[in-house]
Design a protein around this ligand. Sequence first.
Ligand code: TXA
Ligand code: MG
Length: 491
Amino acid sequence: MKTKLFMIEENQQEYNWMDEAAMMIRNGSLVAFPTETVYGLGANALDPEAIAKIYQAKGRPSDNPLIVHVANLSMVEELVTEISSQARKAMKRFWPGPLTLVMPRSMRVPDCVTAGLDTVAIRMPSHPVAIALIDAAGLPIAAPSANRSGRPSPTKGEHVVEDLDGLIAGIIIGPESQFGVESTVLDVTGAVPEILRPGGVTREMLLEIYSEVRVDPALESVREDRKPKSPGQKYRHYAPKAKMAVVQGSLAFKREVALRRLNDSQGRGVVLASDELAQELPDLDVWNLGAWAHPEIAANRLFDLLRMCDARKIEWILAEGYREEGLGAALMNRMRKAAGGHVIKEEKEMKLAIGSDHGGYELKEFIKSKLVETGHEVVDYGTFNGESVDYPDVGREVALAIKAEKARYGIIFCGTGIGISLAANKVEGIRCALVSEEFSARMSRAHNNANMLAMGGRTVGPELAWSIMQAFLATEFEGGRHARRVAKIEG
Ligand code: TXA
Ligand code: MG
């Protein structure tokens, strides 16, 4: 199929090709168009054959319902059996705009639009071209995001061309989308409105008109058994071809994780980072998400950057997590989805068991003070004043505490770290790594799932010991073939 491209010139008010695009919709063809959130792939919402083409062009699973776009209230009235007072409030305040309302559907809405649900999702976009197209067609337009299923949503006309050229009748190409993330999906069928997908209208904004707003608990969970109420939320979405992870925590933690990735990894990778984090990573391969105070900038850039990663054959992506406030909630929802739920989280207030003989006493005291300073809880098994003790006694005691799960990790010290690590490793289930540089500390976690770390008071200085400690705490076990090997170590 030859796809017709309609270009919007800058500051254009009248669209002389609009009748042609509208006619395509009326004839049951597909036309992609800009909205203020992302580009949509439109079809006549009342024509099941046209709708079938959407699922086909996108490669979209047919159990994922579509949003119907309207230009006025009388269109809404045709599509629903009832407009609740909750719905009315939201329309009054946030329409036209990035808010989709889930309402009880009328029989006019074909089953394929709602994927068989008894509700329909409706939105009145604010983008002048979207409204003009719906008006000119004189029909409600069903439109998912105009990407191939699974790919990042299109925020630029060129993204749509990339995914759908040759598969649909027309593409209206305008400027970049304003929001860059999709609309908020809000269920207003119950007594308390519930956010099924966070988006351009934030929870904070909704709380200006409602006394209570729920968030679908499945959104915050990565557990597979929690079924999201919005069918689309269960799919891996927006996925770049690269392996992607999100890092969350303090600036120091994010910096540490980013440096580790950039230094250790083979192949081509990038870090997507705020201005604040980028400043800590000078001269490295960092792509900018804007300042922390402006999550809307990050939201606006995210999908475009993910597509750029694909184009440049990037192999891994580490994206900086933002606070889940305001538009940050929508941003993090999309980031987590793109990463397939892979989040590297700083565990604050981790409980750690620590111990040393007299040879490691000073180093133990230094590391302990650093750990406490950075918010961890430390249980100290001595020695408490540098008095002479036998390292096997301390090593074993800390190891038994870890075995009994009294703390997450055990950290032990003696003169060289050797004797005390040998003693700890005699306890079942303990994998104590004797380490004198950062790389081995990371590997001991990533590959061996080490649960104890041993260092020598006479072999590493305090500064190095602290970087080793941080590297150890910031690294997660990789699993996979390493899990099989760890199982072998365990016998
Ligand atoms: O900003 C947007 O909403 C964009 C632009 C084009 O308007 N559209 C968009 O559509 O993001 P799509 O198809 O990519 O996402 C629609 C979401 C899906 O997660 C879908 O499961 C959910 O809305 N949805 C649709 N109908 C629903 C319903 N009746 N109940 C619950 N969720 C529904
Ligand atoms: Mg989509």
